[in-house]
Structures are given as C-alpha cells and as structure tokens.
Design a protein around this ligand. Structure first.
Ligand code: PLP
Length: 408
C-alpha cells in the first residue's frame, strides 16, 4: 500500500488485535477468503436491481455471484427467500418495517436496557421516531424473557410487528412461544438473530426460520462473514422485502460484500464451522463459570450462547471503570447495562463478555480457564501496579500464542 498514513494505522490496528484479547460479543475475525472478496473487483460494480433484472449493463457475473450467495444462504438456513443486498443489521430491520408498516404503526420489542437493540424502537433511532413502540423485558428474578408480559402487552397494544432477538441476552430464545403470541394477536413475527446467526447456522441454537415471518441478521457477528446483513422471509413476502431494500431504502448493492457473504455462507456449511460454533458456546460456559466461581454474579446465572454479562454491582464496581481497567491491561470488553440497572448507560453495572473472536483465534476451554483467572486477577488487583504489570504481560503472552485468522 502506497498511502503510508493509512497503512500505518492498519498496521497499528493489526498489532492491537494481535497483542490483546477481544471479548466484544459482536465482533469476530473472518477468514482471509472473506477479506479477499471484500477487497475484490466486485467493489467496482453497479448492479441496481436483482439477478436477471438489473438497471445497469454488464451485470451477468454479478448475477452469478448474487445467485450463488442466495443459494448458499437458503441451504444454510433453510429459508424460502433471502435478500443478501442489505448493508447492515439496522437497515435489515428498517426494510422489514418499511415492507409491512405505515408510520405510527405499532411495534412490540425487547427493552434496550434489558438486552434489546437500538433499531427495535429506541427513541434515538429512526424506528422510535417513526413507529409507536412498546417494550417487554425480563423477569426480575430469573432474568429470562417474561413471556407473560410479552403476551399481556401483545393483547393490550395489538402490535403490527413483534420483534424477538437481542444484543445482550445469554439464554436460548423460544421462537415458538413468540410465534404463538404473534399468531394470537395477528402480528407479524420478526426474529432478529444478529448475534446468534452463526450458532443457528450450526444448529447450536434453535432456528427461528420455521416460526417467523421475517428473520434478519448481520453477517459479521457469530456468523463470521463480512460486515453486512441479510433478510430471510416467508415466500409470500419475497417481493415486498426485495422492493423495500431496493429501491425502497438503498441504491446499488455492495457486490464485493455480496461476494464475501457467499464465501462466508459456504464456510458456515462446513463441519469445521460447526465445531467452531460449539466451541464458542463451550468457551462462554467455561469462562462464565470461572468468573462466577471467583465471587462475581453472572446475569441469569450463566449462558447458553456466545455471551454473558458480569454484574459488578455487588462488588461495588461499575461497568465503565472495569471496562477501562481491562482495556489498559489488554482485555477488550464493553460496559453494559444489567436488567433493572440503577446506573445510567454511560456508567452501567455490567461488563458484556463474548467468545466468538477468541474462538476464531483457536482458543478452547484451557485458555478460557487462564483468561477467567486473568480477568478476576486484574479486577481484584486493580490498585496494585506491580501485579497489574505482571498480569498484563500474561495477557500479551496468551494473545501472542494465537494467530489472527485472515491476517497472519
Ligand atoms: C448488532 C445488531 C444489529 C445491528 O447491526 P448493524 O449492522 O450494526 O446495524 C441489529 N440487531 C441486533 C439484535 C444486533 O445485535
């Protein structure tokens, strides 16, 4: 690369990943093949429209690559129809809303501060500005989705769409239960599996496809593809979904990203991906149990998927201070609210921990054991600089033993 300023920053970013341990639950390391497709000649191409019906000339090969991505996605998730052009998870949800709702129609979704997502009706997001939104949450005791509340609100508010799926929820989501409630009140069911789609693809989490009118997901989280998203839907919604993506909401598709999605879907069809997905969950279970056996409470008591949240309130600590302490010592995780948090979103009482990125680097339960003790050690020795020095060297040593897929 000739641009030394940018090249230098890319190198620094690479070194920062190599020498630290990434526990951001929404991040992952895609393969070199995925990255190569992102940087390929397809980034040149304008291909507004869909295969066989484009508004530009010279799209025959773009048709082939998009058809290939579609075919592989259908095989992977067993869906009737899929749109692989949508640029991001937020836009995928937007396209679904556009397809069946009018402004001021009603959405029922999970509260943002109990695990939901901005694009599910938050006041600061387009979804909360355009549509009327009501929210369900988790039970105070079990910290599991409160289905009595979901049903009660559904009967009371008669939403046009019920959304299930979350950004910070560590337990299995019962899509069938959501579907029964949606059917009872005549609502569409949108399952947003942005976080867990890799686990769903590998059968490590039940699939929402048989129960949902629409399924949206990002492609870059547990699914380990390029940055982007996709929308699956029942056959009857195929046309309105495609129309609402283009021309409804987007211009030309990013054909390079469509190519990279095709690569990622194919990778996810392999047995190697299935063992990766199992390992992601085993790693999260192991890491949460090491941390909880050292005096920290885990929200809902543990995890069934790739992530969990540590409740620091009983230790008189905040998410903000511990995320920054861990960062200084080479462990990257984000502060996160816990259900019924007493602290504001900029501070929070929790730390969200996810294992996809480290699992993609090849780590297993043995490393999770070491890592759990490092996390606990760093928190408990936060006022002892000598100990912190030693511990952050241990973090670097652990990180340097594992390559970054797609980079090394
Ligand atoms: C990450 C996420 C999204 C949004 O993805 P972007 O690509 O960042 O817009 C949507 N829904 C859920 C549940 C998510 O976790």
């Amino acid at each position: 690369m000739k641009d030394m300023e940018v090249k230098n920053l890319i190198n620094l970013e690479e070194i920062s990943h190599k020498t630290s341990l990434n526990l951001i639950a929404s991040e992952n390391y895609p393969s070199k093949d995925v990255l190569n497709a992102c940087g390929s000649v397809f980034s040149t191409k304008y291909a507004e429209g869909y295969p066989g019906a484009r508004y530009y000339e010279g799209c025959e090969i773009s048709d082939d690559i998009e058809n290939l991505a579609i075919e592989r996605a259908k095989k992977l998730f067993g869906c009737d129809h899929v749109n692989v052009q949508v640029h991001s998870g937020t836009q995928a949800n937007q396209a679904v809303f556009l397809s069946v709702m009018k402004p001021e129609d009603n959405i029922l979704s999970m509260k943002l501060d109990q695990g939901g997502h901005l694009s599910h009706g938050s006041k600061v997001n387009f979804s909360g500005k355009i549509y009327e939104c009501n929210f369900y949450g988790v039970d105070r005791e079990s910290e599991l989705i409160d289905f009595d509340q979901v049903r009660k609100l559904a009967l009371e508010k008669r939403p046009k769409i019920i959304i299930c799926g979350a950004s910070a929820y560590a337990r299995i989501i019962d899509f069938e239960k959501f579907s029964n409630i949606a059917n009872e009140v005549g609502a569409y069911l949108l399952s947003d599996i942005a976080h867990i789609s890799g686990l769903v693809a590998a059968n490590v989490h039940p699939s929402p496809v048989p129960y949902s009118d629409f399924v949206t997901t990002t492609t870059h989280k547990t699914l380990r593809g390029p940055r982007g998203a996709m929308i699956m839907c029942k056959k009857e919604f195929s046309k309105i979904i495609d129309k609402s993506v283009f021309p409804g909401m987007q211009g030309g598709p990013f054909m390079n990203m469509v190519a990279a999605k095709a690569v990622a879907y194919n990778e996810a069809l392999n047995d190697e991906f299935k063992s990766y997905a199992k390992q992601v969950v085993n790693n999260a279970k192991k890491l949460s149990s090491v941390i909880s056996s050292n005096g920290f409470r885990i929200v809902s008591g543990g995890t069934d998927n790739h992530q969990f949240t540590i409740d620091l309130s009983r230790n008189n600590l905040t998410g903000d201070e511990i995320a920054s302490l861990l960062r200084k010592n080479g462990i990257i995780a984000n502060k996160n609210g816990i259900p019924y948090d007493n602290l504001p979103p900029k501070i929070t009482s929790g730390i969200r921990i996810g294992t996809p990125a480290l699992t993609s680097r090849g780590m297993n339960e043995d490393q999770m054991d070491i890592l759990g003790n490092l996390i606990v050690g760093i928190i408990n020795n936060r006022n002892d600089n000598n100990m912190l020095n030693k511990l952050s060297n241990d973090v670097k040593a652990l990180a340097s033993g594992f390559k970054l897929p797609g980079v090394d």
